[in-house]
Write a protein that binds this ligand. Structure first.
Ligand SMILES: Cc1cc2nc3c(=O)[nH]c(=O)nc-3n(C[C@H](O)[C@H](O)[C@H](O)COP(=O)(O)O)c2cc1C
Length: 321
Protein backbone atom coordinates (compact mmCIF):
# COMPACT_ATOMS: atom_id res chain seq x y z
CA UNK A 1 0.00 0.00 0.00
CA UNK A 2 1.27 3.50 -0.75
CA UNK A 3 0.13 6.38 1.38
CA UNK A 4 0.96 10.04 1.06
CA UNK A 5 2.62 11.26 4.21
CA UNK A 6 2.37 14.99 4.62
CA UNK A 7 2.00 17.52 1.84
CA UNK A 8 3.81 20.60 0.47
CA UNK A 9 2.09 22.83 3.03
CA UNK A 10 3.34 20.79 5.97
CA UNK A 11 6.82 20.66 4.38
CA UNK A 12 6.85 24.46 4.02
CA UNK A 13 5.87 24.83 7.67
CA UNK A 14 8.70 22.47 8.69
CA UNK A 15 6.43 20.03 10.53
CA UNK A 16 7.85 16.75 11.84
CA UNK A 17 4.49 14.95 12.00
CA UNK A 18 1.48 15.31 9.63
CA UNK A 19 -0.66 16.05 12.68
CA UNK A 20 -2.61 19.23 13.38
CA UNK A 21 -4.23 20.40 16.60
CA UNK A 22 -7.63 21.67 15.46
CA UNK A 23 -8.56 25.15 16.63
CA UNK A 24 -10.86 24.94 19.64
CA UNK A 25 -12.74 28.01 20.88
CA UNK A 26 -11.64 28.83 24.49
CA UNK A 27 -9.82 25.47 24.76
CA UNK A 28 -7.25 25.97 22.00
CA UNK A 29 -5.12 28.55 23.79
CA UNK A 30 -1.80 30.01 22.68
CA UNK A 31 0.00 27.72 25.14
CA UNK A 32 -1.53 24.53 23.70
CA UNK A 33 -0.99 25.64 20.10
CA UNK A 34 2.65 26.47 20.88
CA UNK A 35 3.19 23.09 22.58
CA UNK A 36 1.89 21.22 19.53
CA UNK A 37 3.95 23.25 17.06
CA UNK A 38 7.05 23.07 19.25
CA UNK A 39 6.70 19.26 19.38
CA UNK A 40 6.55 18.99 15.57
CA UNK A 41 2.82 19.16 14.79
CA UNK A 42 0.85 22.26 13.86
CA UNK A 43 -1.04 23.99 16.65
CA UNK A 44 -4.02 26.27 16.12
CA UNK A 45 -5.44 28.94 18.39
CA UNK A 46 -9.24 28.80 18.50
CA UNK A 47 -10.86 32.25 18.42
CA UNK A 48 -14.64 31.74 18.15
CA UNK A 49 -16.44 35.02 18.80
CA UNK A 50 -13.37 36.76 20.25
CA UNK A 51 -12.39 40.39 19.67
CA UNK A 52 -9.09 41.18 17.95
CA UNK A 53 -7.39 41.99 21.29
CA UNK A 54 -8.09 38.51 22.67
CA UNK A 55 -6.66 36.95 19.54
CA UNK A 56 -3.57 39.15 19.74
CA UNK A 57 -2.99 38.16 23.38
CA UNK A 58 -3.04 34.42 22.59
CA UNK A 59 -0.94 34.84 19.42
CA UNK A 60 1.69 36.67 21.46
CA UNK A 61 1.59 34.00 24.19
CA UNK A 62 2.24 31.36 21.53
CA UNK A 63 5.08 33.39 20.02
CA UNK A 64 6.75 33.60 23.43
CA UNK A 65 6.67 29.81 23.72
CA UNK A 66 7.75 28.76 20.23
CA UNK A 67 9.54 30.04 17.14
CA UNK A 68 7.75 27.42 15.04
CA UNK A 69 4.76 28.36 12.88
CA UNK A 70 1.28 27.94 14.34
CA UNK A 71 -2.16 28.80 13.03
CA UNK A 72 -5.28 30.71 13.99
CA UNK A 73 -8.74 29.19 13.52
CA UNK A 74 -11.41 31.79 12.77
CA UNK A 75 -15.16 31.57 12.90
CA UNK A 76 -16.29 33.48 9.83
CA UNK A 77 -19.75 34.23 11.18
CA UNK A 78 -18.25 36.21 14.09
CA UNK A 79 -19.08 39.89 13.83
CA UNK A 80 -15.50 40.69 14.91
CA UNK A 81 -14.06 38.91 11.92
CA UNK A 82 -12.47 42.01 10.31
CA UNK A 83 -10.49 42.88 13.43
CA UNK A 84 -9.48 39.22 13.83
CA UNK A 85 -8.04 39.15 10.30
CA UNK A 86 -6.28 42.49 10.93
CA UNK A 87 -4.54 40.96 13.96
CA UNK A 88 -3.62 37.82 11.98
CA UNK A 89 -1.99 39.96 9.29
CA UNK A 90 -0.30 42.37 11.73
CA UNK A 91 1.12 39.53 13.83
CA UNK A 92 2.40 37.59 10.80
CA UNK A 93 0.42 34.40 11.49
CA UNK A 94 1.33 31.79 8.86
CA UNK A 95 -1.78 29.61 8.65
CA UNK A 96 -5.50 30.24 8.96
CA UNK A 97 -8.22 27.61 9.30
CA UNK A 98 -11.77 28.77 8.80
CA UNK A 99 -15.13 27.47 9.91
CA UNK A 100 -18.77 28.53 9.62
CA UNK A 101 -18.68 30.29 6.28
CA UNK A 102 -16.87 31.08 3.05
CA UNK A 103 -13.32 32.49 3.44
CA UNK A 104 -13.03 33.60 -0.21
CA UNK A 105 -13.68 37.33 0.45
CA UNK A 106 -10.47 37.34 2.53
CA UNK A 107 -8.37 35.03 0.34
CA UNK A 108 -6.62 37.62 -1.78
CA UNK A 109 -5.24 39.62 1.13
CA UNK A 110 -4.29 36.49 3.09
CA UNK A 111 -2.46 34.98 0.12
CA UNK A 112 -0.77 38.30 -0.63
CA UNK A 113 0.64 38.16 2.91
CA UNK A 114 1.80 34.55 2.41
CA UNK A 115 -0.85 33.05 4.71
CA UNK A 116 -1.96 29.46 4.00
CA UNK A 117 -5.75 29.08 4.15
CA UNK A 118 -7.49 25.82 5.05
CA UNK A 119 -11.27 25.80 5.52
CA UNK A 120 -13.03 23.10 7.48
CA UNK A 121 -15.54 21.35 5.19
CA UNK A 122 -18.38 18.92 5.99
CA UNK A 123 -19.12 17.65 2.45
CA UNK A 124 -17.77 16.97 -1.05
CA UNK A 125 -19.66 19.90 -2.60
CA UNK A 126 -18.17 22.40 -0.17
CA UNK A 127 -14.69 20.92 -0.62
CA UNK A 128 -15.04 21.33 -4.39
CA UNK A 129 -16.32 24.89 -4.03
CA UNK A 130 -13.42 25.81 -1.73
CA UNK A 131 -10.90 24.38 -4.18
CA UNK A 132 -12.44 26.41 -7.02
CA UNK A 133 -12.16 29.56 -4.90
CA UNK A 134 -8.45 28.95 -4.43
CA UNK A 135 -7.87 27.70 -0.86
CA UNK A 136 -4.66 25.77 -0.17
CA UNK A 137 -6.06 22.65 1.54
CA UNK A 138 -9.30 21.45 3.11
CA UNK A 139 -9.92 19.97 6.54
CA UNK A 140 -12.55 17.24 6.07
CA UNK A 141 -14.20 17.00 9.46
CA UNK A 142 -16.57 14.15 10.23
CA UNK A 143 -19.43 14.21 12.72
CA UNK A 144 -17.55 12.06 15.24
CA UNK A 145 -15.76 15.31 16.18
CA UNK A 146 -16.18 17.41 19.25
CA UNK A 147 -17.65 20.87 18.68
CA UNK A 148 -19.76 21.94 15.72
CA UNK A 149 -20.38 19.20 13.22
CA UNK A 150 -21.92 18.31 9.88
CA UNK A 151 -23.76 15.13 8.87
CA UNK A 152 -21.07 12.93 7.29
CA UNK A 153 -18.74 10.54 9.10
CA UNK A 154 -14.98 10.80 8.67
CA UNK A 155 -14.73 7.26 7.27
CA UNK A 156 -17.31 7.85 4.52
CA UNK A 157 -16.45 11.46 3.71
CA UNK A 158 -12.64 11.58 3.55
CA UNK A 159 -12.13 9.23 0.57
CA UNK A 160 -14.94 10.96 -1.34
CA UNK A 161 -13.34 14.36 -0.82
CA UNK A 162 -9.91 12.93 -1.68
CA UNK A 163 -11.37 11.74 -5.01
CA UNK A 164 -13.10 15.05 -5.65
CA UNK A 165 -10.28 17.57 -5.16
CA UNK A 166 -6.58 17.78 -5.96
CA UNK A 167 -5.50 20.00 -3.05
CA UNK A 168 -4.32 18.35 0.20
CA UNK A 169 -7.06 16.87 2.41
CA UNK A 170 -6.59 16.79 6.17
CA UNK A 171 -8.89 14.30 7.94
CA UNK A 172 -10.54 15.26 11.24
CA UNK A 173 -13.00 13.64 13.58
CA UNK A 174 -12.63 10.52 15.67
CA UNK A 175 -8.83 10.28 15.49
CA UNK A 176 -7.08 9.67 18.78
CA UNK A 177 -4.14 7.35 18.24
CA UNK A 178 -1.82 5.88 15.60
CA UNK A 179 -4.53 3.53 14.32
CA UNK A 180 -6.74 6.50 13.49
CA UNK A 181 -3.86 8.32 11.79
CA UNK A 182 -2.96 5.24 9.73
CA UNK A 183 -6.62 4.81 8.73
CA UNK A 184 -6.92 8.45 7.65
CA UNK A 185 -3.74 8.22 5.55
CA UNK A 186 -5.01 4.95 4.04
CA UNK A 187 -8.21 6.79 3.05
CA UNK A 188 -6.05 9.22 1.09
CA UNK A 189 -5.73 12.11 3.54
CA UNK A 190 -2.28 13.67 3.63
CA UNK A 191 -2.53 14.66 7.27
CA UNK A 192 -4.86 14.54 10.25
CA UNK A 193 -6.41 17.00 12.66
CA UNK A 194 -7.23 16.03 16.25
CA UNK A 195 -9.07 18.09 18.82
CA UNK A 196 -10.42 16.07 21.74
CA UNK A 197 -7.16 14.10 22.21
CA UNK A 198 -5.20 17.29 22.82
CA UNK A 199 -7.61 18.44 25.56
CA UNK A 200 -6.30 15.66 27.82
CA UNK A 201 -2.69 16.83 27.94
CA UNK A 202 -0.86 18.76 30.67
CA UNK A 203 -0.38 21.62 28.19
CA UNK A 204 -4.13 21.94 27.67
CA UNK A 205 -5.50 24.70 29.86
CA UNK A 206 -9.07 23.43 30.10
CA UNK A 207 -10.45 23.08 33.64
CA UNK A 208 -9.53 19.79 35.42
CA UNK A 209 -13.25 18.87 35.45
CA UNK A 210 -13.21 18.95 31.63
CA UNK A 211 -10.18 16.66 31.46
CA UNK A 212 -11.77 14.29 33.98
CA UNK A 213 -14.98 14.11 31.96
CA UNK A 214 -12.98 13.09 28.87
CA UNK A 215 -10.89 10.54 30.75
CA UNK A 216 -13.99 8.97 32.28
CA UNK A 217 -16.13 9.05 29.13
CA UNK A 218 -17.40 5.87 27.51
CA UNK A 219 -18.00 5.43 23.78
CA UNK A 220 -21.64 6.55 23.95
CA UNK A 221 -21.19 9.48 26.32
CA UNK A 222 -21.52 12.29 23.76
CA UNK A 223 -24.73 13.76 22.34
CA UNK A 224 -25.56 16.29 19.66
CA UNK A 225 -27.18 19.58 20.66
CA UNK A 226 -28.55 22.15 18.23
CA UNK A 227 -30.18 19.68 15.85
CA UNK A 228 -33.18 21.96 15.61
CA UNK A 229 -31.52 25.34 16.06
CA UNK A 230 -29.34 24.30 13.09
CA UNK A 231 -26.11 24.65 15.00
CA UNK A 232 -25.23 21.04 15.68
CA UNK A 233 -22.51 20.50 18.27
CA UNK A 234 -21.17 17.32 19.86
CA UNK A 235 -20.78 17.59 23.63
CA UNK A 236 -20.32 15.22 26.54
CA UNK A 237 -23.65 14.39 28.21
CA UNK A 238 -24.55 16.53 31.22
CA UNK A 239 -27.47 18.54 32.61
CA UNK A 240 -26.93 21.40 30.17
CA UNK A 241 -26.97 19.07 27.14
CA UNK A 242 -30.13 17.31 28.37
CA UNK A 243 -31.88 20.63 28.96
CA UNK A 244 -30.78 22.05 25.62
CA UNK A 245 -32.20 19.02 23.81
CA UNK A 246 -35.42 19.11 25.89
CA UNK A 247 -35.88 22.80 25.13
CA UNK A 248 -35.29 22.19 21.42
CA UNK A 249 -37.98 19.53 21.34
CA UNK A 250 -40.40 21.85 23.19
CA UNK A 251 -39.65 24.72 20.85
CA UNK A 252 -39.86 22.73 17.66
CA UNK A 253 -42.78 24.79 16.38
CA UNK A 254 -41.14 28.16 17.01
CA UNK A 255 -38.76 29.90 14.56
CA UNK A 256 -35.04 29.09 14.90
CA UNK A 257 -33.26 31.29 17.48
CA UNK A 258 -31.48 34.38 16.12
CA UNK A 259 -27.72 34.86 15.92
CA UNK A 260 -27.45 36.58 19.31
CA UNK A 261 -29.36 33.86 21.14
CA UNK A 262 -27.20 31.14 19.58
CA UNK A 263 -24.03 33.12 20.35
CA UNK A 264 -25.09 33.46 23.99
CA UNK A 265 -26.19 29.85 24.33
CA UNK A 266 -23.05 28.40 22.84
CA UNK A 267 -20.17 30.75 23.45
CA UNK A 268 -21.12 31.22 27.10
CA UNK A 269 -21.65 27.55 27.86
CA UNK A 270 -18.39 26.42 26.24
CA UNK A 271 -16.46 29.05 28.21
CA UNK A 272 -18.12 27.84 31.42
CA UNK A 273 -16.96 24.28 30.67
CA UNK A 274 -13.42 25.24 29.64
CA UNK A 275 -12.60 27.90 32.23
CA UNK A 276 -14.90 27.18 35.18
CA UNK A 277 -15.39 23.44 34.79
CA UNK A 278 -19.13 24.01 35.40
CA UNK A 279 -20.24 20.36 35.45
CA UNK A 280 -23.96 21.05 35.09
CA UNK A 281 -24.10 24.26 33.05
CA UNK A 282 -21.06 24.01 30.76
CA UNK A 283 -20.98 22.66 27.19
CA UNK A 284 -18.18 20.09 27.34
CA UNK A 285 -17.55 19.89 23.61
CA UNK A 286 -15.71 16.65 22.92
CA UNK A 287 -15.77 13.95 20.29
CA UNK A 288 -16.76 10.29 20.23
CA UNK A 289 -13.07 9.43 20.54
CA UNK A 290 -13.25 10.52 24.22
CA UNK A 291 -13.97 6.88 25.11
CA UNK A 292 -10.50 5.93 23.84
CA UNK A 293 -8.65 8.46 25.99
CA UNK A 294 -7.69 7.10 29.41
CA UNK A 295 -4.77 9.21 30.55
CA UNK A 296 -3.27 12.65 30.24
CA UNK A 297 -0.12 12.60 28.19
CA UNK A 298 2.33 15.40 27.38
CA UNK A 299 1.96 16.67 23.82
CA UNK A 300 5.49 15.77 22.63
CA UNK A 301 5.22 12.21 23.99
CA UNK A 302 1.73 11.82 22.54
CA UNK A 303 2.75 12.92 19.03
CA UNK A 304 5.83 10.68 19.01
CA UNK A 305 3.80 7.68 20.22
CA UNK A 306 0.97 8.22 17.74
CA UNK A 307 3.35 8.59 14.80
CA UNK A 308 5.38 5.55 15.87
CA UNK A 309 2.19 3.45 15.96
CA UNK A 310 0.92 4.81 12.62
CA UNK A 311 4.19 4.19 10.78
CA UNK A 312 4.39 0.61 12.14
CA UNK A 313 0.83 -0.14 10.98
CA UNK A 314 1.50 1.36 7.55
CA UNK A 315 4.89 -0.32 7.37
CA UNK A 316 6.63 2.93 6.42
CA UNK A 317 9.82 4.39 7.78
CA UNK A 318 9.57 6.64 10.82
CA UNK A 319 12.05 9.29 9.76
CA UNK A 320 11.50 11.37 12.91
CA UNK A 321 13.54 9.00 15.09
C1 LIG B 1 -13.84 22.04 22.75
C2 LIG B 1 -13.81 22.09 21.25
C3 LIG B 1 -13.94 23.31 20.61
C4 LIG B 1 -13.85 23.39 19.21
N1 LIG B 1 -13.92 24.62 18.60
C5 LIG B 1 -13.73 24.71 17.25
C6 LIG B 1 -13.68 25.98 16.62
O1 LIG B 1 -13.80 27.03 17.25
N2 LIG B 1 -13.47 26.01 15.27
C7 LIG B 1 -13.31 24.87 14.52
O2 LIG B 1 -13.13 24.96 13.29
N3 LIG B 1 -13.36 23.65 15.11
C8 LIG B 1 -13.54 23.55 16.45
N4 LIG B 1 -13.51 22.32 17.06
C9 LIG B 1 -13.21 21.11 16.22
C10 LIG B 1 -11.70 20.79 16.24
O3 LIG B 1 -10.95 21.79 15.64
C11 LIG B 1 -11.38 19.46 15.54
O4 LIG B 1 -11.67 19.53 14.16
C12 LIG B 1 -12.17 18.29 16.14
O5 LIG B 1 -12.08 18.32 17.53
C13 LIG B 1 -11.63 16.99 15.59
O6 LIG B 1 -12.35 15.89 16.05
P1 LIG B 1 -12.01 15.10 17.43
O7 LIG B 1 -12.60 15.93 18.50
O8 LIG B 1 -12.71 13.79 17.24
O9 LIG B 1 -10.53 14.99 17.50
C14 LIG B 1 -13.65 22.21 18.44
C15 LIG B 1 -13.54 20.98 19.10
C16 LIG B 1 -13.61 20.91 20.48
C17 LIG B 1 -13.46 19.57 21.15
Amino acid sequence: MTVTVGNPIFDKLGMKYPIVEGGMTWAGTGALAAAVSEAGGLGFIGTGYWHGDDVRREVRRAKELTDKPFGVNVMLMSRHIREVFDVILEEGVKVVATGAGDPSPFLEELHAAGVTVMPVVPSVSLARMMERKGVDAVIAEGMESGGHIGQMTTMAMVPQIVDAVSIPVIAAGGIGDGRGVAAALALGASGVQMGTRFLATPESEVHPNFKQKILKAKDIDTVITGNIAGSRARVLKNKMAKEYIKQEINEIQKPAPDYETVEKLESGTLRRAVQEGDKDGGAFMAGQISGLIHEEQPVAELLAEIWDQATKILNIENTTK
